[in-house]
Design a protein around this ligand. Structure first.
Ligand code: ZN
Length: 414
């Protein structure tokens, strides 16, 4: 593909993924958690100013905000927000991303060769991959993630902004644009000044394959279970030793194995053991608990507490304790009151010849936090596949298509 024929959204995407923006859970006490997120924030702000966006700002926490005035005649339409996140996950290496385009002909998708071994993924593991035969797919070299989550969303919003600012004939309401830091470590939109942003509704562009519309997410909590043992020389242990590591094993076996993530899908919630460490004296297990349904979510937390109580009743003292930290709630509680946001998104996809698919998010989203803070905010697809790993990829056509979808969306709000 020659430079001159390259779609604007593709050039943008390739430029943005080259900037490392990995966030860091270890430094979640500050925002942004990593200073490198400013590199992309400042680059985007410069580009927004150059294209003529208004009030472009990078906050001290690396939030990029900008505004685009309404097209003529749409001044009274409610202001609409478009939001994506700057950071990439630390679940896979994220620096020195070297994207390249694979002309995919079907079968195993080979991203790159690392240490003489192909880094590849098969159509059996990725629903929808087989249907992409004939497409140009942007992949990594196999050593890093791609960062389409969420630089695809960033590039699509930026390309839309450029289109609107060069073509005044496209009707649209006043738009607020926001790129947030630290979504991947759970507090992406926390510090967005919603009154100053001034939008009545917003969409995040942070989903998967083209066509997805999401407005339901999990209710989420982290559960830490601690086990206290009693250590004594194993030779003298009879009727005296209490092995904390064994207490963990018993506890874990009281939890239903059918409720593990590897056995659940769709609207089924789960209890997931993330990590465990233990000795005879102490053991600590960290779980995450997820469910779309608030009552079923609470039932899972109650079950974990009952398992604690059951074990403690058999011990000489309290040896098992549970600590629950609530993380986020299902935004359906809020967005459910604004069905028009979902209807308009469906129309925007249909008008772009894409079959819309409304699916529950099996995770969280910036939109959940924003919705509960007063800015109803469903999530739209970016077009990306296999996020958070070295096999992450996105079809060039998906980037191009999503800019058209966003144009259709803003036209409908005018
Ligand atoms: Zn994301």
């Amino acid at each position: 593909m020659s430079e001159s024929n390259e779609p604007d959204v593709l050039s943008r995407f390739l430029r943005y993924v080259a900037v490392n923006t990995q966030s860091s859970d270890e430094h979640s006490d500050r925002v942004p958690s990593t200073p490198c997120q400013f590199d992309l924030a400042n680059l985007l702000a410069d580009e927004l100013r150059a294209m003529g966006a208004h009030d472009v700002e990078v906050s001290e926490n690396a939030y990029v905000t900008a505004h685009i005035p309404a097209s003529e005649g749409a001044e009274n339409a409610p202001k609409l927000g478009l939001i994506a996140h700057l950071d990439t996950t630390e679940a896979a290496p994220g620096a020195n991303v070297k994207p390249h385009i694979v002309a995919y002909e079907g079968g195993e998708l080979v991203c790159g060769i690392v240490d003489g071994e192909p880094v590849s993924i098969s159509p059996d593991r990725i629903p929808g991959l087989a249907a992409l035969a004939g497409e140009n797919l942007i992949c990594t070299d196999g050593t890093t993630l791609l960062g389409a989550d969420d630089k695809a969303g960033v590039a699509e919003i930026m390309a839309l902004a450029a289109r609107l600012l060069t073509d005044p004939s496209i009707p649209h309401p006043a738009l607020g644009i926001c790129f947030c830091p630290d979504e991947e470590i759970g507090h992406g939109a926390e510090l967005l000044d919603i009154p100053a942003f001034g939008c009545t509704y917003a969409y995040t562009v942070d989903g998967g394959p083209v066509g997805e519309i999401e407005w339901e997410c999990f209710n989420a909590a982290e559960a830490t279970v601690r086990f206290e043992g009693f250590s004594i020389h194993p030779g003298d242990a009879k009727d005296r030793m209490v092995n904390a590591a064994n207490l963990f094993v018993e506890y874990h076996n009281l939890l239903p194995s059918v409720a593990r993530p590897e056995h659940t899908e769709g609207y089924e919630g789960f209890i997931h053991l993330c990590s465990v460490s233990g000795t005879v004296t102490h053991a600590t297990a960290r779980y995450i608990v997820r469910d779309h349904n608030a009552a079923k979510f609470q039932a899972k937390l109650d079950l974990m507490q009952r398992a604690c109580d059951f074990m403690n009743a058999q011990q000489d003292q309290v040896r098992v304790t549970l600590e629950i930290k609530h993380e986020y709630r299902n935004m359906a509680e809020i967005v459910g009151d604004y069905p028009q946001l979902i209807d308009v998104a469906k129309e925007a996809f249909s008008a772009s010849d894409v079959e819309p698919r409304v699916i529950p998010i099996r995770g969280g989203t910036d939109g959940a936090q924003l919705s509960f803070r007063g800015l109803p905010c469903p999530n739209l697809s970016t077009g990306a596949y296999c996020c958070h790993g070295v096999n992450e990829f996105i079809p060039v056509s998906a980037l191009v298509k999503m800019v058209d979808v966003l144009e259709q969306l803003v036209r409908r709000f005018a």
